[in-house]
Design a protein. Structure first.
Length: 107
């Protein structure tokens, strides 16, 4: 087999394994949301990529990341976060609130 074909296959597999991450979208005052999914990687792996993108977004503004909530499924994740000044009184240790993907209601 030709080495060029092996490289092409390897690159194709690496691209397919990458998570698809949305742009960071404003969702209120100092609040943003970013989401992603993957055909191969777990939702937890996608979540890690979301935190990296969110942190980089806040750093470009000279602010700090404060996660608000997250939603993770088998191959997807969503992160809602705020970008705050380090001396902002709301910049405190996060109390994470996971959003369930299933709700059970009883009467």
């Amino acid at each position: 087999m030709n080495i060029k074909y092996l490289y092409a296959i390897a690159i194709s597999l690496m691209v397919a394994a990458c998570a698809s991450i949305t742009d960071v979208v404003p969702a209120g005052k100092d609040t943003y949301v970013v989401a992603g999914d993957s055909e191969i990687n777990s939702g937890a792996s996608v979540k890690t990529d979301l935190y990296k993108k969110a942190n980089a977004h806040c750093e470009t503004m000279g602010k700090k990341l404060l996660p608000v909530n997250e939603s993770v499924s088998s191959q997807a994740a969503e992160l809602r976060f705020r970008c705050l000044e380090e001396d902002d009184p709301e910049y405190v240790r996060p109390v994470m609130e996971s959003v369930p993907n299933v709700r059970i209601e009883t009467n």
